[in-house]
Write a protein of this length. Structure first.
Length: 287
């Protein structure tokens, strides 16, 4: 039986670009492999695995052994298409994925991708790491890919510092003197980790005033943004505020991230302002 769209664990939505259409006015056949590759990158993000770093930790790399396509109907310029992926077989050293491209419920293209886990120096195959096998099986089973821990700086500070250093100091250029303060020692911190134990996101909770909590230093590693790590940390900190009896949570959101907080129920509280050279917006949410 041919699987339908709902049979795929991961579905990535794409829009056909003008550069992908050929002289016949339809998507050039080779671009469908690019669509599958784009969806595969998102598949790894959905598993909360930074691709390069995760494979380095697992001691190998993935190499394409086979890529195949079967065409049924064409996609055209500016159409929305959905690329479905699911792991079909986990072998001793290989990973086989089934793929399909849909326009609505219509199946346009079937695909197959087979990878081999190998030594990057010699490109000779290696046994598929049990940790990677376990992550893929758990993802396909619908299990959570992230776990959030909360605790003091003495317990979580090393991991939180590494994430914040990457995001705020290295990526955004914030001076270390502005990033690190005495409030860390008394704050409740949250760290989101993937199933390999890698810290992906962090944030902290302070007491701003009686009954009012303040969330800050929210940071997600670039490769995992949009994958739910930030929301997991935010939810954990808000739950901690509820447990200790706070009635309201406030924060200073970078304006570029204000939409993320608005979707989580926060509302703007006053005009935008500058903080460490970055536009910010005060936002609040009643618990």
């Amino acid at each position: 039986m041919t699987p339908t769209r709902s049979a795929f664990r991961h579905v990535e939505r794409l829009r056909v670009r003008w550069a992908e259409v050929d002289a016949q006015g339809i998507v050039f056949n080779g671009h469908y492999l690019m669509y599958l590759d784009t969806a595969m990158a998102a598949y790894w993000r959905a598993m909360a695995l930074p691709y390069v770093e995760s494979l380095a930790r697992l001691g190998g790399d993935l190499y394409v052994r086979k890529a195949g396509l079967e065409y049924h109907a064409p996609a055209r310029y500016d159409e929305l298409i959905d690329v479905g992926l699911r792991a079909r077989r986990l072998g001793s050293s290989s990973l086989a994925f089934e793929a399909a491209v849909f326009r609505g419920a219509q199946r346009l293209v079937d695909g197959e991708l087979v990878y081999v886990f190998a030594d990057p120096a010699t490109q000779t195959s290696l046994p598929l790491p049990p940790a990677l096998r376990a992550v893929i099986e758990a993802y396909e089973a619908g299990e959570a890919m992230l776990a959030v821990s909360t605790g003091p700086w003495a317990e979580l500070g090393a991991e939180a510092r590494a994430v914040r250093e990457e995001v705020f100091v290295q990526e955004q250029g914030i001076a270390p003197a502005d990033e690190w303060d005495e409030a860390d020692a008394g704050a409740l911190h949250a760290v989101a980790r993937n199933r390999l134990g890698m810290a992906l996101a962090t944030g902290r909770l302070l007491r701003h005033a009686p009954g009012v909590a303040k969330i800050g230093r929210m940071a997600v590693r670039p490769a995992l943004r949009g994958g739910g790590a930030g929301l997991a940390v935010l939810d954990a900190l808000m739950q901690a505020a509820r447990v200790r009896g706070d009635r309201e949570v406030m924060l200073h959101a970078q304006t570029a991230a204000a939409g993320f907080y608005a979707r989580a129920g926060f509302v703007a509280d006053g005009p935008d302002f500058d903080e460490v050279g970055i536009p910010h917006r005060a936002m609040r949410r009643v618990l």
